[in-house]
Design a binder for this molecule. Structure first.
Ligand SMILES: Cc1cc2nc3c(=O)[nH]c(=O)nc-3n(C[C@H](O)[C@H](O)[C@H](O)COP(=O)(O)OP(=O)(O)OC[C@H]3O[C@@H](n4cnc5c(N)ncnc54)[C@H](O)[C@@H]3O)c2cc1C
Ligand code: SF4
Ligand code: SF4
Length: 606
């Protein structure tokens, strides 16, 4: 091929849409000849891991500046579940039940708000903030389902007949040759779970190309391999991340929320957890939470917290009686510009969230990813027209220079230190965000990100003074014997009520896998989640991989050792970020390796 692309997310959508419009002359003849297949048009292929191009996970409210630059006449009515933003609310959620781990300051704040509720914009244990800072506002923007949007983009890209997009085809490794990336190797088929050949073995094909475009998202294996090979730029790190969990809901008939409504929440179920609710047309909503890496809890269970968040009295008024349509989870790389890798090298370029484009101040990543794709495509078209090779120097000039001049870069600089304050507490963090946002990034509250490996206490440390050590040891033993995570037992013990399952919206974690996302994992492939050094698991104090797993795919096996079940994995990546044990040879990595894998969630609505 001439160009091989990895991952079909918004970043690649921006790249391939822009590229495909520039490959043909008006009379349909190729504008650029292939070097790989002389006499043919440029040969471009994109490999997507998921079984369809639309199986992504993201709530999407976006200002859509880059997307609208690509589609100036975009009519949201053409895309299922899309709507213009009509109304935004920023809510502080009080703790209605007393189980949330609040500081004394926040408890006092809750009581003061309740005491003055008659004169405050207070309703159902929530305070509606009268002012939404400009950096958070999405006025004039769009609400989208990432699945429906990418399906729409995919049909246009493939309809141009200038590029191929292959879903269900994970790229396993980058091909490094003579100091350059020379393409990718696809995943082996017909193997056992350890990767050993079985009947029908088909080794992964090598796809060689002049340019490899890496847009494989926050935990993509190709991007990670390049990082391991060339390192990150001086002073950059990837310690900040979050796991986002969401549901798509049929709202009950009585619900009077109108399409285009956007709610941002903070304060509950734990002060560190942010939430969102976006209302699509036809009484459908996308709702979810983000559990960030600086939430220093050893029981970061996003699914259970999502249910408590939905049950908050303010939200439950709208959601009660609703029906779960789909469900999903995925991590976000939240180091932003400080997580930026080397954007280009000989033969490759990085775009999208894996290239550090997600903006942690404005809480947006889709349009940023899309716009990095446009910048690369414009640069590549220039190089193709000039007949220049895809060397590091040429890509620096053609792509990185464009990216540095774009709004994505300008806003990333404002956001760079915006969340540092959260490493010193939630209130300090919120102040730091406001300070950075309102001063254009000139001022910020300092704080150092330790990341999971430095920060997370053991359950014994975290619950000291609240749960006696003997009781905790007993609960741990009981959960281990059942092979379950500890979080349900500990949350129950700390006063969180049991979830009142209704079989429609509030369903068990296992039912969510079946009903809401339909996880599928075809046989014949190696496991993609691998515990590299079992002896590190033996001495691990948190076993946080079991607690955090979004699909209950990692459970406690013999002696509490983690066991992976591919059938339940939703490919969120939370385990690889969370694992508390540094890799013995590279402390930036953990004891879990997240490799290329098939299957995952099957829902085009997330
Ligand atoms: C719950 C949630 C809510 C969010 N809400 C918002 C929001 O409201 N607004 C907003 O702007 N952003 C939001 N985001 C962030 C946004 O989704 C991301 O920033 C954006 O999707 C990044 O786009 P990308 O193309 O860089 O990567 P991704 O969307 O991650 O796409 C990468 C693609 O690469 C594929 N891939 C990975 N590995 C391989 C491989 N080995 N071979 C082939 N393919 C591979 C993946 O399957 C995926 O399709 C949210 C995210 C989550 C999880
Ligand atoms: S994989 Fe990591 S978090 Fe899980 S048990 Fe092993 S060392 Fe601990
Ligand atoms: S095992 Fe799969 S579902 Fe569980 S945390 Fe890891 S990637 Fe997510």
């Amino acid at each position: 091929m001439d160009i091989v692309c990895v991952g079909f997310g918004p970043a690649m959508g921006g790249f391939l849409t822009t590229l495909s419009r520039n490959l043909l002359n008006e009379d349909g003849t190729p504008r650029v000849q292939s070097r790989a297949m002389p006499g043919m048009p440029l040969q471009v292929v994109c490999y997507e891991r998921a079984d369809a191009v639309s199986f992504g996970v993201s709530g999407v409210v976006t200002r859509a500046r880059g997307i609208r630059a690509t589609f100036p006449d975009l009519d949201p009515g053409q895309i299922p579940l899309a709507s213009p933003v009509s109304h935004e609310i920023l809510l502080y959620l009080l703790d209605p039940g007393g189980a949330s781990q609040r500081s004394a300051t926040l408890r006092l704040a809750d009581n003061i708000i309740r005491a003055f509720r008659r004169v405050l914009p207070y309703e159902a244990e929530a305070l509606s903030l009268p002012y939404i800072p400009p950096f958070l506002r999405k006025e004039g923007g769009l609400l989208l389902s990432i699945g429906q949007f990418m399906q729409w983009v995919g049909s246009q890209v493939t309809g141009s007949a200038t590029v191929q997009v292959w879903p269900g085809t994970p790229a396993a490794t980058a091909l490094f040759e003579d100091g350059r990336v020379a393409g990718v190797r696809l995943i082996d088929q017909g193997t056992d779970r350890q990767g050993n050949p079985e009947t029908g073995f088909l080794p992964g094909m090598d796809i060689r190309a002049d340019l490899t475009v890496v847009g494989d998202g926050p935990v993509g294996p190709i991007g990670r391999q390049i990082d391991q090979r060339v390192g990150l730029p001086e002073g950059h790190h990837r310690r900040d991340w979050a796991v986002g969990t969401k549901v798509v809901i049929d709202l009950p008939e009585a619900c009077d929320l109108t399409a285009g409504t956007v709610m941002h929440t903070f304060g509950y179920p734990e002060p560190e957890i942010f939430g969102f609710l976006y209302v699509y047309p036809d009484r459908v909503a996308s709702a979810g939470i983000f559990v960030p890496s600086w939430f220093d809890s050893p029981i970061r269970t996003s699914y259970r917290y999502l249910q408590h968040w939905m049950l908050h009295p303010f939200l439950w008024r709208y959601l009660q009686g609703g029906r779960l349509r789909s469900w999903g989870a995925k991590t976000l790389q939240e180091s932003g510009r400080r997580g930026e890798p080397h954007l280009v090298g000989d033969g490759y370029a990085r775009i999208g969230e894996g290239s550090g484009s997600t903006n942690i101040l404005t809480g947006s990543g889709v349009d940023e990813a899309w716009t990095t794709g446009i910048s690369l495509a414009e640069g590549v078209i220039g190089l193709l027209n000039e007949g220049k090779p895809f060397t590091r120097e040429n890509l620096e000039q053609a792509y990185v220079r464009r990216r540095r001049e774009s709004w994505v870069e300008a806003e990333a600089r404002v956001a760079e230190r915006a969340r540092d304050g959260f490493h010193r507490g939630v209130v300090t963090g919120l102040l730091g965000m406001a300070l950075a946002g309102l001063t254009g990034g000139r001022l910020a509250v300092p704080g150092t990100s330790g990341g999971s490996r430095a920060g997370v206490p053991t359950a014994e440390e975290y619950y000291r003074g609240r749960i006696p050590a003997e009781e905790l040891a007993r609960l741990r033993k009981e959960c281990m014997a059942r092979g379950t995570a500890l979080h349900d037992a500990l949350m129950q013990r700390c006063g969180w009520p049991a979830i009142p399952y209704d079989g429609k919206l509030l369903v068990s974690h296992q039912d969510a896998l079946l009903l809401g996302g339909k996880v599928q994992a075809p046989p014949g492939y190696a496991d993609h989640v691998v515990f590299l050094y079992p002896h590190l698991c033996e001495t691990c104090g948190t076993r946080i991989c079991v607690e955090v797993c979004s699909g209950q795919a990692i459970t406690s096996g013999e002696q509490g050792m983690p066991v992976f079940d591919r059938e339940k994995c939703v490919h969120c990546g939370a385990c690889v970020w969370s694992c508390g044990q540094p890799h013995p040879e590279d402390p930036a990595r953990s004891n879990i390796e997240f490799r290329a894998g098939t299957g995952g969630l099957h829902s085009a609505e997330n």
